[in-house]
Design a protein around this ligand. Structure first.
Ligand SMILES: Nc1ncnc2c1ncn2[C@@H]1O[C@H](COP(=O)(O)OP(=O)(O)OP(=O)(O)O)[C@@H](O)[C@H]1O
Ligand SMILES: [Mg+2]
Length: 276
């Protein structure tokens, strides 16, 4: 049974979409996991970055899936180059499935807060990991997406606005649980994006603001590098563009930490999915 992870920070521009793609690439390529990514953001940056170069795609969008109540016709498979980690030489292919975003999704009147959850349930058995890229604000779609997940993972820069976004995200999870809509949604962890080495402000923020997160903070930090924008521009995860780049190691190590944490949750008694 696949684990469903929402990638969310209440603050925009924290690297949600970029890390969704990079983690999906690492899970699928290095971890041989069957991965589904869901673009639940009307900006459609995830969709553009993974499928932008492709012509006619017959699969519908997330909006179409919500309208029809079925995901079956709305999953598109993207195929990417698998490269040797040391030499960068081509050594095969791997795939990531995507439910594409829709620019008009926010105009959808959806009274069912569990619609995304029901849709994903339909295909959950087919995947190891399902990642939902969420919009940075807080709309009905944000709640529906969070309710479709077992866990939230939160990217944050070493930046006070983003760190405040972490506590707003935690508050939102608590509100959702207190409201009775979910008793299982949980923060799996927080990770640092766009990390700049030897930056004294970052060090100060790390020591002060992030201390309170304790074990929630993943050890792996993902560095600041323009190659991630290049990967999005060329419509592929960074591990397919340049597998030997150090940022690929960052994301690989983060993906392993996430898998380990999921494994621990599974041992503690499952993901709690379906316990409403
Ligand atoms: N590790 C990184 N190093 C350098 N640039 C990065 C990194 N991660 C993301 N970026 C860049 O930062 C910008 C914002 O990233 P991204 O779109 O992933 O954030 P987001 O949280 O999804 O934004 P939004 O809130 O608008 O959905 C993009 O231009 C992206 O290329
Ligand atoms: Mg985004």
């Amino acid at each position: 049974m696949g684990a469903i992870l929402s990638v969310y920070n209440n603050k925009g521009g924290s690297g949600k979409t970029t890390s969704t793609i990079s983690l999906a690439g690492c899970f699928a390529d290095f971890g041989n996991k069957k991965v589904l990514v869901v673009d639940a953001d009307g900006q459609c940056n995830l969709t553009e970055a993974l499928t932008g170069g492709q012509g006619d795609i017959v699969a519908g969008t997330l909006k179409n899936a919500i309208e029809t109540g079925s995901l079956n016709e709305c999953i598109h498979t993207c195929t990417f180059d698998k490269r040797n980690k040391k030499t960068g030489r081509l050594q095969g292919k791997y795939t990531i499935d995507i439910v594409r975003g829709d620019r008009y999704i926010e105009s959808l009147e959806d009274d069912d807060v569990h619609s995304i959850r029901r849709l994903i349930e339909e295909v959950r058995e087919d995947y190891d990991i399902i990642l939902i890229d969420i919009n940075p604000v807080m709309t009905g779609l944000t709640i529906t997406s969070l309710l479709g997940s077992d866990f939230v993972i939160t990217p944050s820069m070493y930046n006070i606005d983003h760190i405040q976004g972490i506590s707003k995200t935690m508050d939102l999870i608590k509100t959702i649980r207190d409201s009775g809509y979910s008793d299982s949604l949980e923060m799996l962890g927080v990770y640092i994006t766009m990390h700049k080495k030897n930056n004294s402000l970052e060090q100060l923020i790390k020591e002060n603001a992030l201390e309170s997160l304790g074990g929630l903070l993943f050890r792996s930090e993902t560095r600041n590098t323009a190659i991630l924008a290049e990967a999005a521009y060329t419509n592929m995860p960074v591990n397919s563009l340049q597998v030997t780049h150090p940022v690929v190691k960052d994301y690989h190590s983060l993906s392993l930490e996430i898998l380990q944490r999921l494994e621990e949750r599974l041992k503690e008694g499952g993901y709690g999915y379906g316990k409403e």
